[in-house]
Design a protein around this ligand. Sequence first.
Ligand code: CO
Length: 331
Amino acid sequence: MFSLSVPVVSRVFRSSRPDRFAGRLPMLCLPMLCVVALCLAPVTGCARSAASPVAATPAAALPADSGVLLAVFGTSEPEALAAYEAIAASYAKLGVPVVWAYTSDIIRAKLAKAGKRPATPAEALDQLAAKGVRNVRVQSLHMAAGEEFSQMELGVYAAVLRQPDRFDSVRMGRPLLESEQDMNEVVAAVLRDFPRDRRPGDGIVLMGHGHADGRADLPMFAVRDAFQRADPLVFLATVEGSLDFERALAALRARGVRRVWLAPFMVVAGDHARNDLSGPEEDSWASRLREAGMETTTHLKGLGETAGVRDVFVRHTLEAKQDLLRVKGVD
Ligand code: CO
């Protein structure tokens, strides 16, 4: 803001009274800038909370000597990496070192067979320390604070406690879906990004993951209802959780929907999206919709490929408060 204000202020002075004010310009500028700053403060304050914090202040958003650890479940599907690449590009705008860690042992074991070795969260912390980072932001790229998020958080906490002097702070960013704001922004972003060639009357079925025991399914219920409020032909169900696909299928039938778009409601369009959602097996959701007489179209894009969803993750990184080096109740 200041860099913009200086030329504007000097231009005003020069054009009105060039000679008289020329020598006193620096002296006059300072109080003038204060006035400008005070006048604009409420305006920019509002604009910043409404827009993405990243778009507003990319480089100055995190203090110097900060670094980001992006903790993801991981994927073994090369096509799914597009989502991670898009997320990496968003985080590059913060202008600090960014490292990645895969939290899934199964995925890491699969990738090891192909000679790939993504870092564990503990190894990713080592990488940040080697880069001279003192203030870490760990950002979960999980959908909700379920089992995978808890394991990651505990793993990072254990690694931090093993060498507590390496960093000045290690803040934990929350997963995607926690607050009403998160829900509203994600729902709006997904609907905004949906292909324009969806015709009126076409349904959308989104596949979320969920948990077999229903853990962390509640945010999914809220998001399902938010999609329904925004567009009654959009249905969210989960492949492993308690949001039943049968219910979505019955609702589509009852509404006489003829064509259905299928898309993952997961950060990457990985194995579930390519097999359980849209695969040729007869129990895939696509097969079951076709069995019910509906035409299906797939939209295999992970949520990481949607800019508005990435903005929520980045906001969570910038807002992260919980410092693992200062956990209350632990001495
Ligand atoms: Co799964």
